[in-house]
Design a protein around this ligand. Structure first.
Ligand code: PLP
Length: 446
């Protein structure tokens, strides 16, 4: 079998092996086995490694016995995604060539500034906004904090109520709870008995005393799509002064996210959920909306978020957006097909129930392996190099209560697993997951 190898110089040479253009494996142990194979056949020949920038050599090498290679199956893309080659290249460029401080007045600073400007424009274009409305942060947790704390500080002297959904990510829920402790009233809107949200329930929770409504677009645990557009437009019709914020972390680059179509004044986004890097995010702030800073200092980001910007991660964020923005609907269709394939296979399995709604985001599929505790099953799967999550990644095994809001309680909640995909996920990977789950259902003790 002819495979392409790329040389990566790390202590001894390791190999990352591609079958045609597809990565067959990314496990260092397996590489070293193949590395030995290759070396013994081609003494002194340094074949090489992986993606993009690290490559400095490329050769074709024949390797026998490729069949039966164990695959790592990463199905935890709602927790984080693998950076795409374009994002890695952009970060490397920022770290090796354009490493100036964007606030510096000399050319090195300007070069870094230009990289940031490019990323800011890509993100702004992707949501139909002006570049001047995008503020970089350290991630969506900070974006959500800035939205809630910044708006309540700006408007909260007169209006002391905040409305949120009861299924928000901890970065909204905990921030709202903190503000509650500081004198704000927080109304948490639950789904109805049918597990669904209705715009009217949010509108009814708002009143003249409300300064902010915050509502996520796609729930990170189940993939449920909240009616953000309907809610925000209805809220704005009745209470034009209420500021609308949506946490779009699990929707951005997966569903169309447009600021004006959503009637959103504020939008939170995260770089590492979309094949960029960790530690960067953005908050869209509509022109004219007042948000007071949470972090003060050198007045970067027009004083809204002080601190030297993480240019490499911002450049990576922009590169990922440039790559993904044109293919949102193609990827959505592809992942919808993968979800249907997965559900088809799970349908045959006894004691496996699906917790995600049919019309949810296909990128997140929540299931229960009833009778098997999530964490035990998760580690069983991990022993086979299959990575999924139990509930939300941020809760580290602790139940967040969000599943209960959707009517998933007791044994079903205790045994919930989240499978989250990308457009690069393959049916073969889902086959391996289903096979391992079936085995786990037999072998794992609850
Ligand atoms: N909001 C949602 C819906 C999320 O899923 C996450 C992360 O899982 C966050 C916010 C936090 O994002 P970050 O990791 O960029 O702080």
């Amino acid at each position: 079998m002819i495979v392409n190898t790329f040389c990566y110089n790390y202590k001894r040479t390791y190999f990352i092996i591609y079958d045609s253009d597809e990565i067959v494996n990314t496990n260092a142990n397996i590489f070293s086995i193949f590395a030995r194979n290759v070396k013994s056949k081609r003494k002194g020949h340094c074949a090489v490694a992986l993606s993009s920038n690290l490559c400095y050599n490329k050769k074709n090498v024949t390797i026998k016995g490729m069949k039966g290679v164990k695959m790592e199956v990463y199905l935890d893309n709602a927790a984080t995604t693998k950076p795409c080659a374009e994002a890695v290249a952009a970060a490397v460029e920022a770290m090796t060539e354009k490493y100036g401080n964007p606030s510096s007045l000399h050319r090195a600073g300007l070069n870094a500034q230009l990289l940031m400007d490019g990323a800011r424009k890509a993100i702004a274009d992707s949501i139909g906004a002006d570049s001047g409305c995008i503020y970089f942060t350290s991630g969506a947790t900070e974006s959500n904090n800035l939205a809630l704390r910044g708006v309540s500080a700006a408007y909260g002297r007169k209006r002391k109520k905040i409305v949120i959904s009861a299924v928000e990510h901890a970065s909204v829920e905990e921030t709202a709870a903190d503000l509650e402790g500081k004198g704000f009233e927080v109304a948490r809107v639950s789904p109805r008995e049918d597990g669904r949200y209705y715009a009217a329930d949010f509108v009814n929770a708002c009143d003249e005393d409300t300064c902010l409504i915050s509502m996520m677009y796609v729930n990170n645990e189940t993939g449920y799509i909240l009616p953000v557009k309907e809610t925000f437009s209805a809220v704005k019709r009745r209470f034009p002064d209420i500021i609308t914020h949506t946490d779009c972390v699990q929707a951005y680059m997966k569903l169309p996210v447009k600021a004006s179509a959503l009637c959103a004044d504020l939008i939170s986004m995260s770089g590492h959920k979309i094949h960029g890097g960790k530690g960067t995010g953005a908050l869209y702030i509509k022109k004219g909306v007042r948000v007071l800073p949470v972090i003060t200092g050198g007045k970067q980001e027009k004083g809204i978020r002080s601190g030297t910007e993480s240019v490499p991660m911002i450049a990576a964020f922009g590169a990922a957006v440039r790559k993904l923005a044109p293919t949102i609907s193609d990827r959505y269709d592809k992942v919808s097909g993968l979800k249907a394939y997965l559900l088809g296979k799970l349908g045959d399995m006894e004691n496996v129930t699906v917790n995600s709604p049919e019309d949810g985001s296909p990128y997140v599929v929540n299931i229960s392996a009833v009778g098997k505790r999530s964490e035990i099953m998760l580690h069983f799967l991990e022993s086979k190099e299959i990575y999924v999550s139990s509930g939300s990644a941020c809760s580290k095994g602790q139940q967040s209560g969000v599943l209960g809001q959707f009517g998933i309680r007791d044994k079903r909640a205790d045994s919930a697993l989240r499978i989250s995909m990308t457009a690069e996920t393959t049916e073969a990977e889902l086959d391996l997951f289903c096979e391992a789950l079936r085995e786990g259902m037999e072998k794992v003790r609850g």
